[in-house]
Design a protein around this ligand. Structure first.
Ligand code: SAH
Ligand code: SF4
Length: 348
């Protein structure tokens, strides 16, 4: 595994008091830290030169000490339908992360990465195929949001559904949610934030202990434990039954939504038995099911189902009294849909 250089500390990694100390240490008045915070989190500025109420000397000094975002290069790929835009961020040490902006009528959602690559190795996922590269730092997570907002996207919703398993980087993910939702930070409502997990027990327990109220999405893969283990190695140590029990505990504590993400794989998890078990799980958890057709890739050993199969699957779930939706397929040409990211890791 390629080792990343030490994480570059950025403005986004600092709390307000840490920034106050840094600015004091460089001859600035502590109140300037609040001004910098406002430029970054309210006005989405990513250059010190734009911070016009800071003295020129201080701006020049800050430039030499600390960057605002940690990216050495950014590639922007709009889809031909204009409904999705993929961002590939290059980090120090030739590491890559991806994020996707999805445009809907009333809102703009950012699908954000929590790790570069992923160690979980779900057999249908390109990020898993690419393997684990690194844990993202706070600045690397927040930097994705700041950068796309600076690029003109007024993000209203966030889903931790990009690269990586967020609950395997749960402390940093938690810190990022704090900053995203806090009044001095981006100030986005907790109700508009969803963390998607393949079901890591310790991570769910962490969320329960922190009493953090956000929406959760659980990637089922297959509701049958034996079959699930074949395509999702996480099942071995994190059995779906225990995950479900913990999720229901989480839901009892917080009045938040749970979605079951179900990626359909032809001939693998699209049968009657799976449908029945999935419906039971959804009812037990009072969750909505979001059906995702597999985004195929030469490196992935599965095929998507037909449009007709996914439609019928949805209708049958509905008849069983389960709320079900089909995930839109925006930005197919740039492989922009969340959960199918990783091309940059394989290519570069
Ligand atoms: N690690 C987290 C979040 C990232 S994956 C998780 O697993 O939930 C986000 C979603 O994309 C998951 O629901 C996953 O099942 C789905 N996904 C992964 N690979 C996919 C593919 N090739 N086609 C469609 N969905 C995929
Ligand atoms: Fe990791 Fe999620 Fe992909 Fe599984 S589906 S390999 S947990 S990113």
């Amino acid at each position: 595994m390629a080792m990343a250089k030490k994480d570059v500390k950025t403005i986004l990694d600092l709390s307000l008091s840490e920034l106050q100390n840094l600015i004091k240490g460089n001859g600035g008045k502590p109140f300037v830290a609040k001004q910098v915070f406002d430029w970054v989190y309210k006005k989405k500025v990513i250059n010190f030169d734009d911070m016009t109420n800071l003295s020129k000397d201080l701006r020049e000094k800050l430039k030499t000490i600390i960057p605002i975002v940690p990216f050495v290069n950014v590639e922007v790929l709009p889809s031909s339908d204009k409904l999705a835009t993929k961002y590939i961020f290059e980090l120090e040490g030739h590491q890559f992360i991806e994020a996707v902006v999805l445009v809907e009528k009333k809102y703009k959602t950012l699908c954000i990465s929590s790790q570069s690559g992923c160690p979980v190795d779900c057999k249908f996922c390109l990020t898993g195929y690419a393997g684990f590269k690194k844990q993202l730092s706070l600045g690397e997570i927040l930097g994705q949001l700041l950068y796309v907002m600076n690029d003109g996207h007024a993000i209203t919703h966030l889903v931790y559904m990009g690269m990586g398993e967020p609950l395997l980087n749960v402390e940093t993910v938690y810190a990022s949610i704090q900053r995203i939702t806090s009044e001095e930070g981006f100030y986005i409502s907790r109700r508009n934030i969803t963390v998607s997990t393949s079901g890591y027990l310790q991570g769910i327990q962490y969320l329960i202990d922190q009493e953090i109220a956000i929406n959760l999405a659980f990637s089922v893969g297959n509701p049958n434990p034996d079959k699930r283990e074949k395509i999702m190695s996480i099942e071995k140590r994190n059995p779906i039954n225990e995950v479900s029990r913990l999720l229901s505990q989480y839901l009892k504590q917080h009045n938040r939504k749970l979605t079951l993400e179900y990626t359909l794989l032809k001939g693998e998890n699209d049968g009657d038995d799976e449908l029945e078990e999935l419906a039971n799980l959804a009812k037990y958890l009072n969750a909505k099911v979001n059906l995702i057709n597999l985004n195929p890739h030469p490196k992935i050993p599965f095929e998507p189902v037909s449009k007709d199969v996914i439609k019928k699957f949805k209708e049958r779930l509905t008849r069983k009294g389960v709320r079900a939706t089909i995930r839109f397929t925006k930005g197919q040409d740039i492989v922009a849909a969340c959960g199918q990211l990783g091309e940059s890791l394989i290519k570069k």
